[in-house]
Design a protein around this ligand. Sequence first.
Ligand code: AMP
Ligand code: MG
Length: 400
Amino acid sequence: MMTVSDAIERLLATVPAPPVSEQVPLAMALHRVLAEDVHSTVAVPPRDNSAVDGYAVRYAELMATAGPLPVSQRVPAGSRPPPLTPGTAARIFTGATVPEGADTVIMQEDSVVDDDGIRVSSPEAITAGAHIRRRGQDVALGSRVLAAGTRLSPRHIGLLGSVGLAQLPVFRRLRVAVLSTGDELVEPGEPTHDGQIYNSNRYLLCALLSQAGFEPVDMGRVEDRLDVTHAALCRAADAADLVLTTGGVSVGEEDHVRAAVTLSGTLDLWRVAIKPGKPFALGEVAGTPFMGLPGNPSAVLVTFMIMVLPWLRAAQGVAPPWHLGESRLRAGFALDRPGRRQEYLRVQVERDADGEYLRLHPNQSSGMLSSACWAHGLAVVPAGATVVEGEPLTFLRFED
Ligand code: AMP
Ligand code: MG
């Protein structure tokens, strides 16, 4: 058996060059991946501006005079003020440009105003340069705002808006064909007879792909026949950047995926030391990368998250790291029989007086999805290891 880390390393060694880039409007760019570095053509903020409602002054003048400074102008946000007249103050509002000559803003709450002008209640509390947001303090003119390979989150979208970008260069979204093999499968909404089950992998995988920012190409259900499987694989290879199948990849005589792939391509069948999900096929169909996942839904979930997703992120042009975010949390359970495969256990995060810990679902069957819905994520137990209650385990949180 191949270790999980070897399998991931070998998968990543097959990642092709990223797809071509295209321009998308800022409002459509969520979860897309930047194809180029983005530099700012503006400074943010564009001018020194006031962080508060108050009065803009020359600090030295304020300190030198015992009397009030007359108010010579009013500066609302969005206006272009003339320079500050010597010996005066400017009424100013949050976000408004500080007039040339002023170097300090007095907060409204720290000032005393009458018909003669403004004074400060406690001059010793005023510091030179206070309450001014400096030009370029967020983004300097010409600086690199974001690097190529950034997967755009809502925060990135906001930052790109702040530098005035309406269109962004992003990689074309990868298309991933999803084929569900199995004569026992019936689509939701259809009647079933004895021995049939509903197709869940199809919907699970398409949803996982959409959530991760890829474009699923739903190829539907494929009969357990060599010619039908081969034809479906060829159509999928034509339509997508990666072909994913579920089921039919084992060694039973109803498993036709391996033979069908080799009719128009090549294939390696791996026995990966991962639980759930031992059989995993990697290859190509007519030049398009191919991955064959197991049939059991929780094995599909785990092999997708651990093996397929890092490959897809790399192929999409995302900058590393490509694996899921990990944390370490205390085991709230014990396992005294070491397994031969690295195990991904469905767990919930609970809290007690000592902080967070992991609670194990009693049923870890690879055919079950209800425990995956109960779970907040997966706890990782390495091959050959046991778990002592209270020891820290690697935890992968589901990203929804
Ligand atoms: P297989 O590898 O084709 O023998 O499938 C392994 C197990 O996964 C069998 O119990 C199948 O019925 C089940 N299975 C395969 N494909 C699906 C699917 N699309 N949805 C739900 N269960 C499936
Ligand atoms: Mg099958």
